[in-house]
Write a protein that binds this ligand. Structure first.
Ligand code: SF4
Ligand code: FES
Length: 260
């Protein structure tokens, strides 16, 4: 009988430690050991470490159910949500680092908010209309197929995993990343937005936007919400090229397309 009882694994967490408020102390990796429990998520393990071993450990969680987007981290070198990742799916030794590309707050905690705020401001991530909003008017109807497409794009929880996993975003802080292109696509599809093709083109057509992507599509692999980022990229790129041809503007992307 006793042989059938599976003993719990002792997980070894190697966790990145650094406090930017103490720049004289260099970053280091600290090992913590935790006995694995059934259905243990990284959130539960980290909480246990903070409660029982080191109360100074910094990491972010709010919803614990893959909704708020605050618990992104590098798990054995791959961006993932801490609350969604079960230790049972990981080896015994688990290395945790903060997401790159975002300002470090401390240990595993990063400031994704500043990055997303700046991205939304750059793409004017809201509905733009020439006519003034009339509060008394009846809500504009929308067909189901369009509403579904917009809903799909709106499922982004702004966790930053796609940005952290993107080779271009890792070397270019100005690159909009998959989430930025997804945000643009969401408003391009929205019939209430009255921006012209040309004004969209100005937002996406440089190397900070859709033409900066080198097509490795790690974003699509790591998105914890399974957003169709490959389709989003193709949609925005097709729209950008179409508006480029209709404008007649001379642009490196147009010359590339004409050669193809
Ligand atoms: Fe996170 Fe996916 Fe949104 Fe990127 S697109 S921020 S990975 S939910
Ligand atoms: Fe909210 Fe993980 S805690 S997404």
């Amino acid at each position: 009988m006793a042989e059938n009882i599976k003993t719990a694994r002792i997980l070894k967490f190697d966790i990145f430690r650094y406090n930017p408020a103490e720049p004289d102390k260099p970053p280091y990796m600290q090992r913590f050991e935790v006995e694995e429990a059934p259905y243990m998520s990284l959130f539960l393990a980290l909480n246990q470490i903070r409660e029982e071993q080191d109360s100074s450990l910094q990491f972010d969680f709010v919803c614990r159910s893959a909704v708020c987007g605050s618990c992104g981290m590098m798990v054995n070198g791959r961006p993932a949500l801490g609350c969604q990742t079960l230790t049972a799916d990981l080896p015994e030794v688990i290395a945790l680092h903060p997401l790159p590309t975002f300002a470090l707050i401390g240990d595993l905690s990063v400031d994704t908010g500043r990055w997303f705020r700046s991205m939304v401001d750059r793409v004017n991530g809201w509905i733009e209309r020439e006519t003034e909003f009339d509060r008394a008017s009846i809500e504009a109807p929308m067909d189901n197929a369009t509403a579904d497409k917009i809903y799909e794009a709106d499922r982004c929880i702004e966790c930053g995993c796609c940005v952290a996993g993107c080779a271009v975003a890792n070397v270019r802080p100005d690159f909009l990343g998959a989430t930025g292109l997804n945000r643009i696509a969401r408003f391009m599809m929205d019939p209430r937005d009255q921006r012209s093709e040309q004004s969209w083109f100005e937002v996406v057509s440089d190397s900070e936007g859709v033409f900066g992507c080198i097509g490795m599509m790690a974003c699509d692999d790591v998105c914890p919400k399974d957003l169709p980022l490959l389709e989003v990229y193709s949609y925005v790129r097709r729209k950008a090229v179409a508006s480029l041809f209709s404008s007649g503007e001379d642009h490196p992307a147009r010359r590339e397309a004409e050669k193809a």
